[in-house]
Design a protein around this ligand. Structure first.
Ligand code: BG6
Length: 495
């Protein structure tokens, strides 16, 4: 079977993991700029300084946390001398964008998902005027995309918030962030009319529950702060949809959700209930942003926890009237849960669970079963009946650059082949309206979960290691040629 002719094949990246250009061209500091590297077994750290006492230190970045504050009272996140921060250079799209977009053009990309660095446009987050040099940089990027007929898909905030907003306002738990984001979004949407047609507001908005510093610039990790942070992002997203509907109806604004099917380890009914509850923890974010209202089960959860949102009736009118135009999601594999003690907790980063004997995992413990895409597409499309878009999928692997500068990544080709087949089934057997597919980390970039370079996803190898050494030269992997052929044949030739 083949894919629809308008299907948007491409790749995805994020500024904090790919762009670099730290403080160049008037850029400010983002929350992601204070994250050190780590590994599969050692957590990345957030570095901080106490402006009163000048004490400095760092705190491990946690994926699930019940503590209310994760850096000491009085401290603010800060970039410290002598620490290594992978985002500062990342894989240097800032200086390589022409070469990289040419490589994407050579593969035949129809679309390129990238994120804009918010602090490159508003260095402190609450500035009166945008930074013209930052705006110009993205002008050049989009012009380059146009040369190759590549449609940009732009994420406005991918795991970064200008650090000024965290220090002054406590991040997204403060409603004033809605206005700062609205101003930022309007500035860029107007600037790039005719150049950018597709936007996503927040990357993986549901990661607010697990990683509120990354997702919302929060240092207050209380349930109340996370709930408020998510609510404020929902309202901000709806305002962006409203702005486009009223002014630029051809521009489409989507939601972006981290999604993976949840399997049960046993057929014990208690396991089914646990899987239902785990799924609810994710799906309510889409119920609000794409479906237009808070589901009852979430309101009951807030009631039980004593959470009270700072809101107003207009918020709910906005959410209902200006829900997302489409639902995009990341999906790498599944997670498996059980109420039984089976003694095999899987690694995963954002996805916790137990090891599933029926699915393969990579070296980082991520379950990589291809069935997840077909399942995800069906669940998400038929729940809202809005177009969906897979904007992240791929496999992290410690690729080897051979002496002759080739990379033989047949494991990646194998993973992608099966995942594309799964999408094909979703479209051609199940009738899902799938807009496109952007493979994650199409050109090697820094891992969000571990800060490593060795966890590579790309079709293109970038010479850079975990300590920041390397020429940053680009080399095509075997999968580069394979994906080019897949796009050329509209997904017919997957061999
Ligand atoms: C998604 C994020 O969760 O997964 C990306 O949107 C991230 O930013 C990707 O890079 C893969 O995760 P990791 O930890 O392997 O980089």
């Amino acid at each position: 079977m083949s894919f629809p002719k308008e299907f948007l094949w491409g790749g995805a990246t994020a500024a904090n993991q790919y762009e670099g250009g730290y403080l160049e061209g008037g850029k400010g500091i983002n929350t992601s700029d204070t994250l050190t590297n780590g590994s599969h077994t050692v957590a990345r750290r957030v570095t901080w300084r106490n402006p009163q006492t000048n004490e400095t230190g760092s705190t491990p970045m946690m994926f699930t946390s019940a503590t209310d504050r994760f850096i000491p009272e009085g401290a603010i996140p800060a970039v410290l001398e002598g620490e290594y921060y992978p985002s500062h250079t990342a894989t240097d799209f800032y200086h390589h964008f022409k070469e990289d977009i040419a490589l994407m053009g050579e593969m035949g990309f129809k679309t390129f998902r990238m994120s804009m660095n918010w602090a490159r446009i508003f260095p402190n987050g609450d500035d009166e005027q945008p930074n013209e040099e930052g705006l110009k940089f993205y002008d050049e990027v989009f012009d380059e995309c146009k040369k190759y007929g590549i449609e940009p898909l732009v994420t406005l905030s991918h795991y970064e918030t200008p650090i000024g907003l965290t220090i002054k306002y406590g991040g997204w738990k403060d409603r004033r962030c809605i206005d700062f984001f609205e101003k930022y979004a309007k500035t860029v949407i107007e600037r790039y009319v005719g150049k950018v047609k597709y936007y996503l507001t927040f990357n993986e908005i549901n990661i607010m529950s697990m990683m509120p510093y990354m997702a919302g610039g929060l240092v207050d990790f209380s349930e109340q702060a996370k709930a408020q942070g998510a609510h404020n992002q929902f309202v901000a997203s709806a305002k962006v949809v409203k702005f486009c509907h009223e002014n630029y109806p051809d521009i489409k604004v989507g939601q972006m959700l981290a999604y993976g099917p949840v399997y049960t380890y046993t057929c014990d009914p208690a396991d089914q209930i646990l899987a239902l509850e785990r799924s609810q923890e994710t799906i309510w974010y889409a119920d609000v942003q794409t479906g237009g209202h808070y589901p009852e089960f979430k309101l009951k959860d807030y009631e039980r926890k004593g959470i009270q949102l700072e809101d107003c009736p207009e918020d709910y009118e906005l959410l209902e009237k200006y829900s997302a135009d489409f639902l995009s999601f990341s999906c790498y594999g599944s997670s498996t849960v059980t109420t039984h003690d089976v003694g095999n907790d899987s690694g995963g980063n954002f996805v916790m669970g137990v090891t599933n004997p029926y699915v393969k995992t990579n070296a980082w413990g991520w379950a990589t079963d291809p069935a997840c895409l077909r399942l995800a597409c069906n669940t998400l499309y038929y729940r809202y009946n809005k177009p969906i878009w897979i904007v992240e999928n791929g496999i992290g692997w410690s690729d080897v650059l051979e002496e002759d500068k080739t990379v033989h990544d047949d494991y990646r080709i194998d993973y992608l082949r099966q995942n594309i087949q799964s999408m094909d089934d979703a479209i051609n057997k199940d009738g899902v309206n799938l807009m496109g597919y952007t493979m994650w980390g199409c050109i090697d970039l820094v891992s969000a979960g571990t800060g490593e370079m060795r966890k590579r996803y790309g079709f293109v190898y970038v010479d850079r290691d975990d300590e920041g050494n390397g020429s940053l030269n680009r080399y095509k992997k075997d999968s580069f040629y394979w994906y080019k052929k897949v796009i050329e044949t509209q997904g017919e030739d997957l061999d």
